[in-house]
Ligand binder design. Structure first.
Ligand SMILES: [Zn+2]
Length: 142
């Protein structure tokens, strides 16, 4: 499942290999022609670069799964609240009355919600912070 954690070999600095946020000019590699893992400027990411660079996909997957769980715990309630508020404010008091076309229209409306975009931003920051916390912890499997 490894998505971006530990990603190596990008020609340009797209994603930080530790926290997955936007990378900076900083990178880590082990010398010679080994691929570069780009990093953001966060000191934690610079500190954890060596650990992540050499970590197995099994461990990277474990970290990402834990980070998704932690970030989801912090954002599931506001996501659900945003959706229910949108439905309620648009006079959809019962899910029985929502047809297929209605569902698609509501989906488009909710996608444009500034509140929902803010919640997704919170999710990404929470995910990033959880990655750093998980990498920095000495919990198994480390
Ligand atoms: Zn980072």
């Amino acid at each position: 499942m490894t998505m971006v954690l530990g990603i190596k070999g990008d020609a340009e600095p797209y994603h930080c290999g530790v926290c997955s946020r936007q990378a900076s000019y900083l990178g880590y590699h082990t010398g010679g022609s080994t691929p570069i893992m780009w990093l953001c400027e966060d000191q934690a990411c610079v500190t954890f670069a060596k650990r992540i660079y050499s970590m197995s996909y099994t461990k990277l997957n474990y970290i990402e799964e834990r980070a998704i769980e932690l970030a989801s715990d912090q954002t599931i309630e506001p996501i659900l609240q945003t959706i229910l508020t949108h439905l309620w404010d648009n006079d959809h008091k019962s899910l029985d009355e929502i047809t297929g076309d209605h569902f698609l229209k509501l989906t488009d409306e909710i996608k444009q919600s500034k509140t929902l975009n803010k919640v997704f931003g919170t999710f990404l920051l929470s995910f990033s912070n959880a990655l750093k916390t998980e990498v920095g912890s000495l919990d198994p499997p480390f």
